[in-house]
Unconditional design. Structure first.
Length: 147
C-alpha cells in the first residue's frame, strides 16, 4: 500500500481508508492496522484511519471490534464518502466488485486489492481508468488470510 500512501500522506492529515469486505482478509487488515498503528505513524508521519467497512451481513459475528457507525451493509456509504482517500477491496469475485472498484476510481480514490481474478479479467480497463483519474491501483496476493 506504500505507493498509494505516499501521495495521500503529503497532506499530513490521517490517511482515511474504507474497506469493502471484512472476512478473513479484511479482519486481518484491520488487526494489522490496529496492532501496528504506532509503527505506521512513525514510518509515514501520518496515521491511517479506517472510517467505514462495508459487508454483506452486518450482524455476522466478527473477530474485530469496530466503533459504532463504522460497519455498514451499504458499499455506497464507503464509495461515496469524500473523506475516504483509499479503498481496500476484499470482496473478491468479479460482480459487483468490478463496478465498485470503477466507482472508487471515478471518485478519485486509490484502490488496494488482493483480487487476482478481477485484475486478470478487467485489469486493463481498471488501470486505464485509474491513469485517467490520476489514482493508483495497488495489489497484493492473499496468502494465509491476513497473517
Amino acid at each position: 500500500m506504500r505507493a498509494v500512501i505516499e501521495p495521500v500522506a503529503m497532506s499530513r492529515g490521517p490517511i482515511v481508508v474504507g474497506l469493502l469486505g471484512c472476512g478473513t482478509g479484511g479482519t486481518g487488515v484491520l488487526k494489522v492496522l490496529d496492532e501496528h498503528a504506532a509503527e505506521v505513524q512513525e514510518r509515514l508521519g501520518v496515521s491511517i484511519q479506517v472510517k467505514r467497512v462495508a459487508v454483506k451481513q452486518k450482524d455476522k459475528p466478527r473477530d474485530v471490534t469496530l466503533e459504532k457507525g463504522v460497519l455498514t451493509d451499504d458499499p455506497d456509504l464507503v464509495l461515496d464518502d469524500p473523506a475516504i482517500h483509499v479503498i481496500v477491496e476484499l470482496v473478491g469475485g468479479l460482480k459487483p466488485t468490478r463496478e465498485m472498484v470503477l466507482k472508487a476510481i471515478r471518485s478519485g480514490k486509490h484502490v488496494v486489492t488482493a483480487n487476482k481474478a478481477l485484475l486478470a479479467a478487467h485489469g486493463k480497463e481498471l488501470f486505464d481508468e485509474a491513469r485517467k483519474k490520476g489514482v493508483t491501483i495497488e495489489f497484493e496476493g492473499s496468502v494465509g488470510g491476513g497473517i
